[in-house]
Design a protein around this ligand. Structure first.
Ligand code: NCD
Length: 341
């Protein structure tokens, strides 16, 4: 694994399995049962030039839970980029202040350009429609944990990716990550014009996976293990697409009816979130709230141990975790959410 995490392309089966194992060891800390200080004195620079809630906050919280501190910058308006500073200069400046940097930026390739100017580890928190490798790692970690609970194996699993597969960077990283594993069955369903880039389809097929494209969810998915839904990324549309796109029709709706009638009792539902809950958006339906198959909040919780594992591995403290554990002393509820099961 390189000293940056910019793309899933820098990972192999061995480095991914290592991160999954380290994340599992982080669970007692992420679940607020134990405390560690292995990153005491270290400073994270969190640079977010695009909207974010969970990625920014969970990277921040993960670094703090390892004992480090965080400096946060949000948006262009309050950064020197608004004064015309280059990515190179910003990168070199930030590297003098911080021991690791997470960056999200609207332009594909920008985080790699930023990383080229520094030897301090840089993590891509999302570069436009490009990649989002830490999200894919926490998604894989979630699939792995859910499958262990259900007594399933990843080998031969059937995974559906649906929604905006063209601009959704989480699915770009996830499909590449999944393709490192034993042959899978991957089905892609997206509205016309928002299909998965063919380069990625070809790559996954060349690695021996069975990949199929369908034009709606109105068919049988009885053997489906995972449905991974994504938001329509309207902010990345061209003017032409904005004019022609009529909104998502019912044919793409993931709701209780779809799950009860087309899938099975053990199909889990994932989404990188945020889901667009405005009327007419037809994103992942709220009628699944409280259904145990809905794994979206277990998925967001998993962002903490996985992001801790990424920091610990890149900063080379992954072997020190167990040496430094102490029990938590403050009040922690036994269930985090009121609908959690
Ligand atoms: C996603 C993103 O920003 O790429 N969110 C996330 O990081 N969990 C998905 C999205 O914005 O739709």
């Amino acid at each position: 694994m390189s000293h940056h995490l910019l793309t899933v392309d820098s990972l192999n089966r061995e480095s991914v399995d290592h991160l999954l194992r380290v994340a599992a060891r982080m669970e007692p800390i992420a679940q607020r049962r134990q405390v560690t200080r292995v990153l005491e004195g270290a400073v994270l620079g969190n640079l977010f030039f695009e909207a974010s809630t969970r990625t920014r906050v969970s990277f921040n919280a993960a670094f703090c839970r390892l004992g480090g501190s965080v400096c946060d910058t949000t948006g262009f308006t309050f950064s020197s980029m608004a004064k015309g500073e280059s990515l190179y200069d910003t990168s070199r400046v930030m590297s003098g202040y911080c021991d690791a940097i997470v960056m999200r930026h609207p332009d594909q390739g920008s985080v790699a350009e930023f990383a080229a100017a520094t030897n301090v580890p840089v993590i891509n928190g999302g570069d436009g429609p490009g990649e989002h490798p830490s999200q894919a790692l926490l998604d894989l970690y979630t699939i792995d944990k859910e499958f262990q609970r259900l007594g399933k194996s990843l080998s031969g699993a059937h995974i559906l990716l649906t929604g905006d597969l063209k601009y959704g960077r989480t699915v770009h990283s996830l499909i590449k990550l999944l393709s490192l594993y034993d042959p899978l069955r991957i089905t892609l369903v997206s509205p016309p014009g928002l299909e998965m880039p063919s380069k990625l389809i070809d790559l996954v097929a060349s690695r021996g996976h069975r990949i199929e494209q369908r034009d709606s969810l109105a068919s049988d998915f009885a053997d489906l293990d995972v449905v991974y839904t994504t938001r329509i990324q309207k902010e990345r549309f061209t003017d032409e697409m904005n004019e022609s796109f009529q909104g998502l029709s019912d044919d793409f709706m993931v709701n209780r009816d779809f799950l009860d009638h087309r899938c099975s009792q053990s199909t889990i539902v994932m989404h990188p979130l945020p889901r667009d809950s405005r009327p007419g958006a037809n994103d992942l339906n709220l009628d699944l709230n409280g259904d145990p198959r809905l794994a979206i909040f277990r998925q967001t919780d998993n962002g903490i141990p996985m992001r801790m594992a990424i920091f610990a591995t890149l900063l080379n403290v992954d072997k020190l975790i167990e040496q430094d554990l102490r029990p938590v002393r403050w009040y922690v509820p036994s269930q985090i959410g009121t609908l959690d099961r």
